[in-house]
Design a protein around this ligand. Structure first.
Ligand SMILES: Nc1ncnc2c1ncn2[C@@H]1O[C@H](COP(=O)(O)OP(=O)(O)OP(=O)(O)O)[C@@H](O)[C@H]1O
Ligand SMILES: [Mg+2]
Length: 360
């Protein structure tokens, strides 16, 4: 593909009125509830959403692993329901933590086997495998058994597998899940290098790492309960919360958690900051991201903290992050999710779906 061709290509992803219901008992699960989406050739597009939002379901439909219950979806003009074979030739998918393959094979043999599934000739397969092993930084592991790879090495191998058929579009479902900082960066760089090499190469990524989405994605859709709540560039999404005050508050303790603050008048959202030092019972410092309707709400927050015996250690305004946008739209931060379940203290403070709170 060249740049000129890109302009004349159909959308990399086109989705209209897409629904997916899993027919499970006793109550069917609506995983996708009317999704409309268009991704242009060459875009790096992100899906952000809490657990169970429907991201993987959408990817499965777009990669022809699952049929829609209603609505339409196509990849570069090919319909997912009727032209699956054509789509499979031009796309690939890599998921975080995937265990594909046979542990007793060497990395090189394993990838070559996949190259044969993808229809490469025998010799062409070996050539491509060796080229990709170097590209993903697994040259030294090429003769090592797959079962002996570290998590990060295995994921690099999975990435190499995902590039074997030279896809036009790559679906990445939490590709850096469980990787350390440098392995995650290596995977991100690998994806960017691959994408940048040929105009029109397209990526759809899901991630729970806000910084990763911010760094990589040209546009992002925030999804929850099978619906798109907001869509735009990271900058556009951040501007949505700019009109409010975004603050970072640090206290020595916060009994009842951020939910206590989230309930106060004028508080749009309150969530534990993602960078909190592990909030054990001994924690001396709890950082909370606060979004206030306006600065006046701060008086009430301070009064409530005083009444609860929390000492304020720091307070500063911060530039909105994607996490602030996420918290405002979805009603809770990622750092909160585990806490909310564990504490079961009604910490969910959901602006968008007040009537559905009871179902979580
Ligand atoms: N095979 C299935 N049968 C029944 N329900 C399913 C099935 N797969 C997914 N679901 C449900 O569909 C909803 C969406 O799940 P999905 O895996 O798409 O979410 P997700 O956004 O990828 O979440 P996560 O961030 O946890 O990966 C969830 O409520 C899930 O329980
Ligand atoms: Mg998922």
């Amino acid at each position: 593909m060249t740049a000129d061709v890109t302009a004349t290509l159909p959308p990399a992803i086109s989705v209209a009125g897409l629904r997916r219901v899993y027919p499970v008992k006793p109550k069917p699960v609506t995983a996708l509830d009317g999704i409309d989406l268009e991704v242009a050739p060459g875009e790096f597009f992100g899906l952000l959403g809490p657990n169970g939002a429907g991201k993987t379901t959408l990817i499965k439909i777009l990669t022809t692993l699952l049929l829609p219950s209603a609505g339409k979806a196509s990849i570069f003009g090919f319909d997912v329901a009727t032209e699956a074979a054509k789509i499979r030739r031009i796309m690939n998918m890599v998921a975080g933590g995937e265990q594909s393959g046979y542990g007793i094979l060497t990395v090189r043999e394993q990838l070559w086997m996949f190259s044969q599934f993808y229809g490469l000739g025998s010799r062409e397969g070996w050539r491509r495998v060796d080229e990709l092993l170097d590209a993903v930084g697994l040259g030294d592991q090429r003769l090592q058994r797959v079962s002996t790879l570290s998590t990060g090495q295995r994921q690099k191998m999975n990435m190499a597998r995902g590039l074997l058929n030279d896809p036009w579009i790559l679906f990445l479902d939490e590709p850096t899940l469980g990787l350390d900082v440098s392995a995650a960066r290596a995977v991100r760089e690998m994806v960017l290098a691959w994408k940048g090499a040929v105009p029109g190469r397209t990526v759809l990524l899901t991630t729970h790492y806000m910084a990763e989405a911010d760094e990589l994605c040209e546009r992002i859709a925030i999804v929850d309960h099978g619906k798109i709540l907001a869509i735009g560039t990271p900058a556009e999404l951040k501007r949505r919360v700019q009109r409010e005050s975004v603050l970072r508050l640090e206290v020595n303790r916060l009994d009842g958690g951020p939910a206590v603050l989230a309930k106060l008048p004028g508080v749009v959202s309150a969530a534990l900051a993602a960078d909190n030092v592990e909030a054990g019972t001994e924690a001396q410092r709890v950082a909370v991201n606060l979004v206030l309707r306006d600065d006046n709400a701060l008086t009430g927050v301070m009064a409530a903290l005083g009444a609860a015996g929390s000492r304020v250690l720091g307070l500063r305004t911060s530039e909105p992050t994607l996490e602030d946008v996420f918290v405002e739209l979805v009603g809770r931060g990622f750092a909160d999710e585990a806490d909310a379940e564990a504490a079961n203290a009604g910490a969910d403070h959901d602006h968008s779906h007040p009537t559905e709170d009871a179902e979580r």
